[in-house]
Ligand binder design. Structure first.
Ligand SMILES: *Cc1c(COP(=O)(O)O)cnc(C)c1O
Length: 381
């Protein structure tokens, strides 16, 4: 079965009781027990709800994993995975990490004695050098936000296996349709399902998938103990979004590829970050581990002033944070996703003052190109 077909099958879980094609929305916090001695599969919805469980199974299947868990947000998913670590543990974290994840490591986990070292994972030697006696895991994101730096996932896995480290990959930018970290040997995949997975800029959601039974038990323990679970209606909406994941990603990524190629030709654009471009330093590794370059790109128009002119003059994209919707979303990382970073940290991660990030939507790409073309003309030469 091809993957496109499998996604449709995975998201069509026929209700055994009624034959309903779509998983019912089980709005029930508690479940009646018919036997005094033997309780059924469900008792209290924080521990498990049939709607959430159905979509957790879908997520596991899409990522080629055995165990899936849904959380109220991507940060809840990521934080819950990180709460499986203990005081005294050390993690190696890509320096190109999502701003919210950066904040959890720096300002939350540090307070509980879970320490970390940020390293540039695009050079694997940096990872090996950062391993300490108490290092327990490597946390990566590929491609990264917002400069689309690509990490050699299989290379990270090889280092981790040598040192018995757990590997965690944030697969938000790719979605399982474009990249499957578990197939490359990663232990735990995390997602902001708010983005491509839900796909419509409507809900916040997070997902975790693993193949490792022991890790799954720890993740489930935290999910149930801390309780940052995904609500039932939002689980259903996530399933609805997932049905069109393949077809959306095909169109989003074809348009992004065209957009990136066009941006590269524009004299006002100093640099385009998109791993689907042959000119990208990450092109080959991206080809090896993912289907294509994805549908998020960033580009540098030289200055804060120019970035402002572009953002104020485009008509089609919305100007906002987030990504992964049907509409194109233009954002300004220094003041949006990476506002947590100070000037030095921004410089260290390549987030220059003229950097704009674009999540390419499902509009006609020729309309988008024409729109950016007219906005670029407003920049004084
Ligand atoms: C948005 C995002 C997150 C956080 O997810 P939320 O759903 O906003 O909590 C984590 N990682 C990446 C790469 C993201 O883009």
């Amino acid at each position: 079965m091809t993957e496109i077909t499998d996604i449709i099958k995975a998201t069509t879980q026929i209700d055994p009781v009624t034959g309903s094609l779509n998983t019912p929305i089980h709005l029930s916090s508690t479940f009646n027990q018919v036997s005094f001695d033997d309780f059924g599969e469900f008792d209290y919805a924080r521990s498990g709800n049939p709607t959430r469980n159905a979509v957790e199974a879908t997520m596991a299947r899409l990522e080629h994993g055995n165990f899936g868990y849904l959380f109220s947000t991507g940060m809840a998913a990521i934080s819950s995975v990180l709460l499986t670590f203990s005081q005294g543990d050390h993690l190696i974290v890509t320096k190109h990490v999502y701003g919210g994840t950066f904040r959890v490591f720096e300002d939350v986990l540090n307070r509980f004695g879970i320490t970390h070292t940020f390293v540039d994972c695009t050079d694997l030697e940096n990872i090996t050098k950062a391993i300490q006696p108490n290092t327990k895991a490597i946390y990566i994101e590929s491609p990264s936000n917002p400069i689309l730096a690509v990490t050699d996932i299989a290379g990270v896995v090889a280092i981790a296996k040598d040192h018995q480290l757990v590997t965690i990959a944030d697969n938000t930018f790719m979605s399982p349709y474009l990249q499957k970290p578990l197939d490359l040997g990663i232990d735990i995949v995390v997602h902001s399902a708010t983005k491509w997975l839900a796909g419509h800029s409507d809900i916040l959601a997070g997902a975790v998938v693993t193949n490792d039974q022991a890790l799954a038990a720890q993740i489930y323990f935290v999910q149930n103990a801390v309780g940052a679970t995904l609500g039932v209606t939002d689980s259903w909406l996530l399933q609805r979004g997932l049905k069109t994941l393949a077809i959306r990603m095909e169109r989003h990524t074809a348009s992004a590829q065209q957009m990136a190629a066009w941006l590269e030709q524009q004299s006002v654009v100093l640099r385009v970050n998109y791993p689907g471009l042959v000119s990208s330093p990450f092109f080959e590794i991206q080809q090896r581990q993912a289907k294509n370059g994805g549908a998020v790109l960033s580009f540098d128009v030289g200055s804060y002033e120019n970035a402002k002119i572009v953002a104020e003059n485009v008509q089609i994209p919305v100007f906002s944070v987030s990504l992964g919707g049907v509409e194109s979303i233009l954002s300004y990382p220094p003041k949006m996703s990476h506002a947590e970073l100070d000037a030095n940290e921004l410089a260290a991660t390549g987030i220059t003052p003229g950097l704009l990030r674009l999540s390419v939507g499902l509009e006609d790409v020729d309309d988008l190109i024409a729109d950016f073309g007219q906005a670029f003309k407003k920049i004084p030469v």
